[in-house]
Design a protein around this ligand. Structure first.
Ligand code: AMP
Ligand code: MG
Length: 351
């Protein structure tokens, strides 16, 4: 199959609607990352998303809707969902509600719940509205690879496997949406994103974060969200986080990476000097810029055959929590403490 890449304009959207209405797959831009969409009401089309991505069958998709009215047709809509949707839709917020029978169970991998989102990206919204049906869409990467934040990333993973990519330029946020479970009547974050716990608490007075967000699940432990169980965001390089006060982290990172061509260091501006012999890749000035760049950097590291990546840790407030969640998962929770007795070689990552 040849994959066509067209601008996400009126003409491109008309093409995309035609493909989607016939049960085909279309990758499209959103403000978080690129999504791989299918008609959510067509079970066969939905199943072909899992095939194209190589996605485990138990990992549910997000149904992208054209508005609150459409969301209510497919999910049990309580006052908390309403308040959060009013505060943050359109935008990078996914709500987990009870699924109604009008939504095929394949979309949520057989779960009784359903993930719903109204994206903020204008082309994405125009596409969903023009379709008239909701779009089931996970991120448009091969399973286990970092999510795509450009049309080129999508092609790198799915060229030849899908008929069409709408190119809307780089994704503004760069990390996947915040996933919030509202089925319990209290908001509980299952995946942090650009809508932060602080923002949710401001809007509805409270917000929990599932503690599994920042740690590895035990083998027998129940996952609050199936996505937590799967390996995610993995670059091919071995990746290690270096945690600790800036002074100690700086010293440790330099010691680990200086003079090694196949080793990259990801750090915010100002932590490390730009010196010859140090493969420093900037995460930008703050968590927002780090979110925007992270997946691109991980993919670039793969392309260049980097063998080891060290990354500094970020404060876990605001968007920092989302960046740290992705970094920790990319590193398979491999962390060393700067400032403690050096254990030079971190544990070999087991894949
Ligand atoms: P992706 O769009 O590729 O980031 O994948 C969607 C993610 O949303 C999944 O990996 C899950 O973590 C989460 N998700 C989707 N549906 C549900 C659900 N019903 N319950 C909990 N988490 C969900
Ligand atoms: Mg994904």
């Amino acid at each position: 199959m040849q994959t066509l890449r067209v601008p996400a304009d009126r003409e491109g959207i008309i093409k995309a609607v035609r493909v989607l209405a016939q049960g085909g797959l279309v990758a499209f831009p959103t403000e978080t990352v690129y999504g791989l969409g299918a008609n959510a009401l067509d079970s066969q089309a939905v199943l072909s998303i899992f095939r194209a991505k190589g996605r485990p069958a138990d990992n549910p998709l997000i149904a992208h809707v054209s508005g609150i009215a459409q969301a209510r047709e497919y999910g049990r809509w309580g006052p908390l969902a309403q308040d959060l949707a009013q505060a943050f839709w359109p935008g990078p917020l996914t709500l987990i509600v009870e699924r109604l029978d009008s939504m095929p169970s394949q979309v949520s991998a057989g779960l009784p719940t359903l993930a719903l989102r109204l994206p903020g990206h204008e082309a994405a919204r125009a596409l969903i509205t023009a379709c008239g049906f909701p779009l089931a869409a996970p991120s448009a990467n091969r399973s286990g690879r970092p999510s795509p934040t450009t049309a080129q990333h999508v092609l790198d993973d799915l060229e030849g496997l899908i008929p069409l990519v709408l190119d809307g330029g780089p994704s503004q946020v760069g990390l996947e949406s915040t996933v919030v479970d509202v089925t319990g009547g209290h908001p509980r974050i299952l995946r942090p994103g650009a809508v932060t716990p602080e923002m949710i608490a401001m809007a509805v007075g409270e917000c929990q974060v599932a503690d599994a967000v920042m740690r590895q699940l035990a083998p027998q432990e129940a996952a609050p969200s199936p996505g937590m169980r799967h390996r995610h965001y993995a670059p091919r390089a071995r990746m290690t986080l270096v945690e600790g006060p800036p002074e100690a982290a700086r010293e440790r990172l330099l010691r680990l990476a200086q003079g090694r061509d196949d080793t990259w260091v990801l750090a915010l501006e100002g932590l490390l000097p730009r010196t010859p012999g140090l493969q420093l890749r900037s995460l930008g000035r703050d968590a927002r810029e780090a979110a925007h760049r992270l997946f691109h950097l991980l993919r670039e590291a793969d392309q260049q055959g980097v063998r080891q990546i060290y990354a500094q840790t970020l404060p876990r407030d605001g968007l920092g929590l989302a960046v740290m969640n992705r970094l920790a998962r990319a590193a398979n929770f491999n962390t060393i403490q700067a400032g403690e007795t050096p254990d030079e070689e971190p544990m070999e990552r087991k894949d």
